[in-house]
Design a protein around this ligand. Sequence first.
Ligand SMILES: O=C(O)CCC(=O)C(=O)O
Ligand SMILES: [Fe+2]
Length: 334
Amino acid sequence: MTSPPPSFLGSLKAFENYDATPHIGTIFPNKTVQLSALLKAPNADELLKDLAVLVSHRGVVFFTEQDLEIEDQKLLATRLGELTGKPETSKLHRHPISEETAELGGEVSVISSVAGIAYPVDQRSTLASRSWHADITFEPVPSDYAILKIHTLPPIGGDTLWASGYEAYDRLSPAYQKFLEGLTAVHDGNFFHEFARKKGISILDPRGSPENTGTDLRAVHPVIRTNPVTGFKSVFVNREFTKRIVELSFDESEHVLSYLTRHISENHDLQVRYRWHKNDIAIWDNRSNFHNVTRDYVDVRIGNRVVSLGEKPFFDPNSKSRREALGLTVPGQK
Ligand SMILES: O=C(O)CCC(=O)C(=O)O
Ligand SMILES: [Fe+2]
């Protein structure tokens, strides 16, 4: 018998909410809870810090039918990281292929089925699982939090899935966990050059941190990463950007990456799937989760995404896994 996980809600306990699955996802279903109001509350710093901690623990948190304007969406993304101790040099990310429109600026990515940043999908693969990723892991200083508001939706379809990197780590055998802990991997976003060429735009530079500069969109990060907010270990490789484990031979690297990405996409019991309503907002922690949109619709689907930058990824050998820290057992393991 395991005890139920402790609550990470803090000051947010006052608002109606429920966990979407045991391992990932918390939903605030009532539109009387508005992020715009939390930002202006007298105890805003307490509420927003507790929100950041909740997102880092639960992976992704959903708010229903929000009136948050784009400038406040940027402010919220900034505050979540600031209140949980991110480096001062980490600002909002400017995506390499964002177009700096007067209306939105380079700090907003338009997530759209018709224009803006349509994520380039590998045309050779028709698997929906091909697009599992964490945002912008090709940057030396990648993202802590992302906030997505979808304002235009097809009548049905276009659900988004998230998967827990904490739970993915916990499901590995102790021997495999140890093997992965010393390893590092190359994350590569240079495919965006082709995209930029076709659109006739140049790669934005710098991109929200003095370390995210230049046009070679590659970085090396630990395969197992410690989340500084929770202290938990997470798997940190993803199908879209992670190309090579540095310390292994080419074939060994292919094998391990293929296993880990299947481990994330095929264990649907470490995932949550969200069906959007107009103006819903999802906030997720990119350090220890992956996500993937479902391209099963034909109508227009558009949202605005803001991605903030966190710390340079690190692995703390003294950090714990989520289940270890919370005293939860892994199914099938003693
Ligand atoms: O369209 C979505 O639901 C998610 C797209 C995505 O990967 C993102 O916004 O980072
Ligand atoms: Fe994404």
